[in-house]
Design a protein around this ligand. Structure first.
Ligand code: ATP
Length: 318
């Protein structure tokens, strides 16, 4: 029977003293997907990933991992899982290559040549002889990825792997992950606190905030939600809003401070919206087509207390 889900958690809870790191978390990672786990610092991303890898245990709740739902089963399938969570424990005085070689032997992975192959895969072939302590942060990240990939896993768990990479490094790692996903059907669960970092690769998203999963959504659906809207500034927003409802039967709008209105439906009816103001002698000060970007959408989701100034306006229910 082919596996539909690589991970399915139900009501996972984990506390650290007073802190609820995970609260009733239900996450489903479909086989073949690239699942972006997004949340601010302290949202619970690492804790969730550590529960999967066995680095910590949940206080309650259940999960399946590659079809297994108990400790003995998890131990078995964790061999088919590659993970980088926090520092993988490289030796500072050993070179990049020696570190990989050490772990290859320790894990009983046959074939010495796999070490060079992995270094090449993550673009570290030129740094093979550099001591770990002398690698840049981005190089260290790549080495962690090489280690995670060494056992040819069918499931990869990556905690903030893009952290510390320069822009070209980000593109390279993205392309590598896409290649692994498409050509080798590797399912990838990847966390980040920056949603846009995952924008070009994730097929699914889970948004965590203060230990709670606030939304799980496919990339496709998220795109639909991040739609275009019309920003209208008038001399009397209250009067204009009332007219939108009575004369144009428009109900999806939001009145914001500064006599500003965001119209979320029929954005192509620009002439109707401007004619309405003219007809009722309301001054039209500005008219602009805008887009809700992913970052704003996310900030809106996790609530006002975490918002930056520019995203304050996103009180709309989408
Ligand atoms: P970041 O992006 O900063 O890595 P995160 O989303 O991965 O954050 P976690 O590391 O899972 O978040 O932490 C969730 C919460 O649990 C935080 O409040 C954190 O301080 C707390 N926490 C995590 N590990 C421990 C621990 N070993 N002991 C005590 N508290 C912990």
């Amino acid at each position: 029977m082919s596996l539909e889900f690589v991970v399915k958690s139900q009501k996972l809870n984990k506390r650290y003293g007073e802190t609820a790191a995970l609260k009733d978390v239900n996450i489903t990672v479909k086989k073949g997907s690239i699942y972006g786990l997004v949340g601010n610092n302290g949202a619970g991303k690492t804790t969730f990933l550590k529960v999967l890898t066995g680095q910590t245990r949940a206080d309650s709740g259940t999960f399946t991992l590659l079809g297994e739902d108990n400790e003995a089963g998890y131990r078995k399938v964790r061999r088919q899982t590659g993970a980088i969570i926090e520092n993988p424990g490289f030796y500072p005085k050993l070179t990049a290559k020696q570190n990989l070689e050490y772990y290859r032997i320790q894990r009983g992975i046959p074939g010495k040549e796999i070490v060079d192959e992995m270094l090449r895969m993550v673009g570290l072939e030129h740094a093979a002889k550099k001591k770990f302590e002398n690698l840049s942060l981005g190089m260290k990240q790549r080495l962690g990825l090489a280690l995670a990939l060494m056992g040819e896993p069918e499931f990869l768990i990556l905690d903030e792997p893009i952290n510390g990479l320069d822009p070209s490094g980000i593109i390279e790692i993205r392309n590598l992950l896409l290649k692994l996903n498409r050509e080798k059907n590797v399912t990838i669960l990847i966390s980040s606190h920056i949603l846009t970092e995952l924008e070009n690769i994730a097929t699914d998203y889970g948004f965590l905030n203060k230990g709670e999963l606030v939304e799980e959504v496919t990339a496709e659906r998220l795109k639909e939600k991040c739609r275009t809207f019309l920003e209208v500034k008038v001399t009397d927003a209250a009067a204009y809003a009332a007219l939108l409802e009575t004369e144009l039967l428009c109900s999806k709008y939001k009145v914001l401070p500064g006599n500003c209105i965001h119209i979320l439906e029929h954005v192509d009816r620009v002439s109707d919206y401007s004619a309405l103001a003219v007809k009722h002698d309301i001054g039209l000060l500005a008219f602009e087509m805008k887009e809700i970007n992913l970052e704003n959408y996310y900030m809106n989701l996790i609530g006002a207390e975490n918002q930056t100034d520019d995203s304050q306006e996103w009180g709309v229910t989408l």
